[in-house]
Design a protein around this ligand. Structure first.
Ligand SMILES: [Zn+2]
Ligand SMILES: [Zn+2]
Length: 447
């Protein structure tokens, strides 16, 4: 039995005893991807054994598919309690905050025997958390192909002002109606493609981290991601052109990536430094009370910026003396001042995190530096093997209309440079900014 089963429906219920030491499995019980899949909803609810469901959607997704879901369910004698989430402060889209989750929890009716999320990533993340807390089954009906969290067992939320990934549960059933998904606004599909294109970086950084920090790595899971990345780049143009089969291939990729994150027991296979750009832009937007760009588009731009930085890195060789000087000059108080200035209301959480994780611990940085110097050729080889050349991705993005620069998504070069610097602060994940820090290559003016 191969871990790269295709299409992903074939992965349901499978367990893979892997040479990496993990048993890879997902608790998703059913996946359906086809035109008209939404018609399977009543049957799925009946299989769960309930006659009352809690439906979560936003205004747009309710119009796109929520309405149909309610009609189908009520026709089958299933009672529907509907909760529409709303955007704050006149924004277009709701954000996954404590407030949004609180609203859902307060509207929740305990007589419901299942949660049905109808919408994009925010609806899905909030519903995962609700079903995890209320301990009832969850059916997800995506209305677009905008992100890869369909089947993952974590929710990407803003918690205490910090964009973070909260472990919860994956949907029990996924009903992907390709007829509905292919009618979604093109920009949402662009976001899904952006999110998928990040995998070239995430796999590269996963391998580099494995080499430097000994973080668990599974090449079978990495291979799944490489295939999803290829499927996304191969089908991007035709999918954006409206080809339904190509959209389906993107949807398959998004589902598979979610499964792979569950297999790896972390978001590592799907997210590297390019995702941190997105997290930081989200946090800054919240702080400045402005609407942030779609996750996948931010990630796509983050991927472009990251690829350029790796291309620059490839031309360097670490200078141990210079690196040690830089590592030992770390000034915790100056760092805290910088964090307070950048993160505002969430700064204290970031500082508390550093106290716990010691990402800038001089001893640890120096030990990593030894390994980096020792294994530099291997690091360069990984970069060479995993990363798509920037020019190639840029050409594809330009062809399909995906932004490639911060300016196109309402950010500036300066905000991107600042975000990159602070990507080292928000989580203990070994990424490009940490590698640059350890080698004393953090650009002047960053500190
Ligand atoms: Zn494995
Ligand atoms: Zn993502």
């Amino acid at each position: 039995m191969k871990i790269y089963e295709y299409p992903p429906e074939k992965l349901v219920g499978k367990r893979f005893e892997c040479s990496c030491g993990y048993t890879h499995y997902s608790t998703v019980k059913g996946i359906s991807v086809c035109d008209g899949a939404i018609n399977e909803l009543p049957e799925t609810v009946k299989a769960i054994g309930t006659d009352t469901v809690f439906i979560v959607a936003d205004e747009n997704t309710f119009a796109a598919a929520g309405n149909t879901a309610v009609t189908l369910l009520e026709k089958a004698g299933i009672k529907c309690k509907v909760c529409l989430i709303k955007a704050d402060n006149g924004f277009d889209r709701p954000e996954p905050t404590e407030k949004a989750l609180g609203n859902i929890v307060m509207s929740y009716d305990a007589s419901c025997g299942a949660v049905i999320g109808v919408g994009g990533g925010v609806v899905n993340d909030l519903c995962k958390l609700l079903s995890n807390t209320a301990r009832i089954p969850y059916i997800y009906v995506p209305t677009c192909a905008s992100m890869d969290g369909y089947t993952s067992d974590s929710a990407s939320v803003i918690y205490n002002g910090v964009k973070t990934s909260v472990k919860c549960k994956c949907p029990d059933y996924l009903i992907c109606d390709t007829d509905i998904i292919s009618k979604a606004p093109k920009k949402l599909l662009l976001a899904g493609i952006g999110d998928m294109c990040a995998k070239t970086v995430s796999i590269c950084e996963w391998r580099i981290s494995n080499l430097i920090t000994g973080e668990h790595y599974c090449d079978d899971v990495a291979e799944i991601m490489r295939r999803c990345f290829k499927a996304a780049t191969d089908n991007a143009e035709t999918a954006i052109g409206g080809d339904k089969n190509a959209v389906k291939e993107i949807v398959y990729g998004l589902i598979t990536v979610g499964m792979a994150m569950t297999y790896a027991k972390s978001s590592r296979p799907a997210s590297g430094v390019e995702h941190y750009y997105s997290h930081l832009w989200d946090m800054r937007c919240l702080e400045e009370n402005r609407q942030c760009e779609l996750h996948g588009i931010q990630v796509g731009v983050g991927t472009c910026l990251t690829l350029k930085k790796y291309e620059k890195l490839k031309k360097t060789t670490p200078d141990k003396e210079k690196a040690l000087l830089s590592i030992n000059s770390f000034d915790k108080q100056a760092w805290e001042r910088g964090v307070r200035k950048y993160f505002g209301s969430s700064a204290e959480s970031i500082i508390a995190l550093e106290d716990k994780e010691g990402k800038y611990d001089k001893q640890k940085c120096a030990s990593r530096l030894d390994i980096i110097v020792d294994k530099w050729d291997e690091i360069l080889k990984i970069i060479e093997q995993e990363l798509i050349p920037y020019g190639k991705l840029e050409a594809l993005f330009k062809k399909i209309g995906h932004p490639t620069t911060p300016g196109e998504i309402g950010e500036s070069d300066e905000s991107a440079a600042k975000a990159f610097l602070h990507t080292s602060d928000i989580r203990d994940k070994y990424i490009l900014s940490r590698l640059l820090y350890d080698t004393g290559e953090t650009e002047p003016g960053d500190q």
